[in-house]
Design a protein around this ligand. Structure first.
Ligand code: ADP
Ligand code: MG
Length: 354
């Protein structure tokens, strides 16, 4: 069997990729990883768009640049764009189009249809823009999976519209004429709009299910809950026929960097237990391990620096510091040695007494 590499190189080498989803539990590093993936992709593809669909937007934080729902060139790049989509704001826009009444009716009948429609609007926009590859910084797990169910949500929305139309038999159309409202307020116009969205969603959905065009990168940390969530995510993705063959384990503590700390050593032991389980469960995945840094990863330079570890497995360096740092380290190690020796002494004496 071919052993999968410990990096995300495979994503950069897959030239047919059009959609890259990045997902996982909150706080594990989704935004950091999507930002870095988009930076790396920008170095090999013609143009890249990174979109955040998480209501808690943080592409702006990661890149230290303010983004909006309009794709904006990322500072320092010529072919990398970013945008942040807020489903709630987009609803207002739909309302401006005369969708308000029907929309609230639909939302009551089919939860999530409003979100599905704003997602469709966004996809419509993105489709016309012709980016080589689009990276999604998705919202935490539950949210993401809902997003992938949108086509069927929209389908239900259409059915509901049809039944409303039959029920009221052109009443709405009469009312719009009576009050002299424009054609865009008519039921047919709204129905047309939904139909149009459905076409886009269906087209995109076919692409989402095509492993040549779409892949989902799961980000996690080596802890129980995250392992559990990842397994749930991987299974759901399989159910939706969405390809996933990359797992990024973020915030890994390396032994060589924690020699002096009992706390860190204990954390390493715990992490190792879950890392082993990740390797066991996902032996056919590319698993990339990223080190926990002492500081946040924000700003283009920090993101670029960190991107190294996405391509070449991280190797911790032995801590080589200044004379002061070494002296401090020797001091700590000596006192730990003394502590251990006296504990051993105590234990031995205890045994003799028994
Ligand atoms: N390996 C790491 N080491 C140190 N800080 C990290 C690391 N990965 C992410 N961070 C920081 O942790 C915070 C949360 O990361 P973020 O990517 O925003 O998570 P998410 O999008 O999953 O909520 C950010 O401040 C980010 O800079
Ligand atoms: Mg985020």
């Amino acid at each position: 069997m071919e052993i999968p590499e410990g990096s995300v190189r495979n994503v950069l080498e897959q030239e047919t990729l059009k959609w890259v989803f990045v997902g996982g539990k909150g706080g594990v590093g989704k935004t950091t990883c999507s930002s870095i993936l988009s930076i790396l992709l920008a170095s090999v593809r013609q143009s890249v768009l990174v979109i955040s669909t998480d209501p808690a937007h943080n592409l702006s934080d990661a890149f230290q640049q303010r983004f909006t729902k309009i794709p904006t060139l990322v500072n320092g790049f010529t072919n990398l764009y970013a945008m942040e989509v807020d489903p709630k704001v987009d609803n207002d826009e739909l309302a401006d189009d005369g969708m308000d009444g029907i929309l609230s009716e639909l939302t009551n009948a089919i939860p999530g249809v409003d979100e599905a429609m704003s997602f469709a609007e966004m996809l419509k926009l993105v489709q016309t823009m012709d980016y080589s590859v689009i990276v999604f910084d998705t919202a935490p797990t539950g949210h993401t999976l809902r997003l992938l169910q949108f086509p069927s949500t929209l389908e239900k929305g259409l059915e509901k519209m049809m039944s409303l139309k039959n029920k009221f038999g052109g009443l709405i159309n009469q009312a719009t004429r009576l009050f002299g409202l424009g054609d865009e307020f008519s039921e047919d116009a709204m129905l047309g709009k939904l139909e149009g969205m459905k076409d886009i969603i269906e087209k995109v959905n076919r692409q989402f299910k095509d492993p040549d065009m779409t892949t989902f990168v799961c980000v996690c940390i080596p802890e129980f809950l995250s392992l559990y969530e990842t397994e749930r995510l991987v299974q759901e993705l399989a159910k939706f026929d969405i390809d996933a063959h990359n797992i990024i384990i973020n915030q890994v503590i390396f032994y060589e960097e924690a020699v002096e700390s009992k706390l860190l050593k204990a954390r390493i032991k715990m992490q190792q237990k879950y890392i082993d389980q990740f390797y066991m469960l996902y032996e056919d995945f590319n698993i990339t391990k990223l080190p926990l840094l002492p500081q946040e990863v924000t700003g283009v330079q920090a993101l670029k620096n960190f991107s190294r570890h996405f391509l070449t497995p991280y190797k911790p360096r032995l801590i080589k510091g200044t004379v002061e740092e070494l002296e401090e380290r020797i001091f700590v190690l000596k006192s730990q040695l003394r502590e251990a020796e006296s504990e051993l002494d105590r234990l031995k004496k205890g045994k003799q007494k028994v």
